[in-house]
Write a protein that binds this ligand. Structure first.
Ligand SMILES: Nc1ncnc2c1ncn2[C@@H]1O[C@H](COP(=O)(O)OP(=O)(O)OP(=O)(O)O)[C@@H](O)[C@H]1O
Length: 248
């Protein structure tokens, strides 16, 4: 769709991640192009979060490589990856509850600024970018779920990422706040950010993603446009199977 150049920003190359006898990721390869929004879908336990952990450097894969901007970062620590331009947001937001919106963002932005005044100004600008410009002094504990997701995005943006791994940005958010979050993510992409989403909400995926990968048992089961994936018979069957199991 927008500004999608050909060279991949991120390459996940034949990653396998085992925890003892459990194969959480099974020989997964994927490319994320500059400017793209890629959605990872799949049932519980499919390996989506573990894939984020491996890309962010929380887990070293059992085998395979992670390349970022062509550089092999498989052995790089999470902080090194963050400095290189990989950021993430979490499904369950964990701001410092007593700190204000600005102060929470300052924590993420700190390494990039020399003076406190500069740091505060930049942090306020990130708050404004995510629509929290009128909540600068509000403690995180006073924010709604949607506002907490926005704060989480601002904290990630404060590290000046090239790639953002976004874990269920609309999860737990009330219906009426979702369109605003979708617009916010679109605006971040418009600003040049490349994004990988873990997402269950099909409307969100349809609105945002250029490509979707449906994972099952740690492997890529189906991929294509969001529509192709959502209408794939194997995907429909799997979700129907889950719905039936839930009935019992
Ligand atoms: N640290 C760990 N130790 C042992 N097993 C793990 C660990 N992390 C993940 N797993 C297992 O790996 C598999 C994939 O889990 P993962 O959390 O990546 O799935 P997921 O697709 O993100 O699921 P969900 O949608 O529920 O978050 C699961 O069987 C899980 O129990």
């Amino acid at each position: 769709m927008t500004n999608v150049a050909s060279a991949p920003l991120l390459q996940v190359d034949a990653i396998t991640m085992r925890f003892g006898g459990i194969v959480a990721i099974d020989n997964l390869s994927l490319d994320v192009k500059q400017g793209q929004i890629l959605a990872l879908m799949g049932p519980n336990g499919a390996g989506k979060t573990t894939t984020f952990h491996v890309i962010a450097g929380v887990h070293k894969p059992t085998s395979g490589r992670i390349l970022f901007q062509g550089q092999d970062i498989t052995a790089m620590r999470p902080d090194g990856r963050c400095r290189a331009g990989v950021a993430r947001t979490f499904q369950i937001t964990q701001p410092f509850e007593q700190l204000s919106v600005t102060e929470n963002i300052m924590v993420g932005a700190r390494p990039f600024h020399h003076s406190m005044a500069e740091l505060r100004k930049a942090s306020e600008a990130f708050a404004d970018q995510v629509g929290l410009g009128d909540r600068l002094d509000t403690p995180a504990k006073g924010l709604s779920t949607g506002q907490r997701k926005r704060l989480e995005l601002a904290r990630a943006m404060a590290t000046r990422p090239k790639l953002l791994l976004m874990d269920e940005v609309t999860g737990g958010v009330d219906m009426k706040s979702i369109p605003g979050l979708i617009e916010l993510v679109k605006s971040l992409r418009q600003g040049g950010l490349t994004i990988v989403l873990i997402e269950h909400n099909m409307k969100v995926i349809n609105d945002l993603a250029d490509e979707a990968i449906f994972m099952n048992r740690g492997a890529r089961m189906v991929s294509g446009t969001p529509y192709q994936v959502a209408t794939d018979p194997a995907v429909v069957e799997l979700y129907l199977g889950e719905a039936k199991a839930d009935d019992h």
